[in-house]
Ligand binder design. Sequence first.
Ligand SMILES: [Zn+2]
Length: 204
Amino acid sequence: MIVGQHIRKVTVMMRSKSKFTALFSLCLLASCGATVRDSAPNAAPASALITPARPEMIADYAKRYLNSLQPASFSQSREFCGFFVERSDGQIVGTTPQAGTSDGCSAGFVPDNAVASYHTHGGYLPQYINEIPSINDAESAVDIQLDDYVSTPGGRFWKVDGTTGTTTMLCAVGCLKQDPIFVPNPQIPPAPRYTLTQLRKLQG
Ligand SMILES: [Zn+2]
């Protein structure tokens, strides 16, 4: 996922997936963050709002929110990304999903009231390690100090801790909606948890 920070005056461009090597680059604001809003699916319904912003409730909201984005993510074979923000009334809501590409997504600047970020991993593509958050996902979460929630083509649901970068599978394969063409890769069965160091070894 690609995110922006007002403080650094640059956006951090990151590939959400890895073709067995992590990709990382910095780019100027003007050249980063392109989005395709026209094809973005609708945000989750207002009935999905929660309050207050307790971590487990954010995770539950994130799970339902990402699940609602899975069909468009598969049919368009692209990632969708954004933030979960706390409104002035204490409720949590997802920002309008930004449409990315098959292996990346620009969420833009971090809103001041953001409590987490989210992104899907698009449709199933055998050349990608897309059932696990990438090292760039984890480093980005730490960089902006926000937890990141991730859904995969196989229907897995992950949380990247914004403090430590540790990535935890909250829900296993088939938990969320699954791409009909998804094929499990027996060579890379995701572990339930990865530290930053472990992710670097796996994808570096
Ligand atoms: Zn990712």
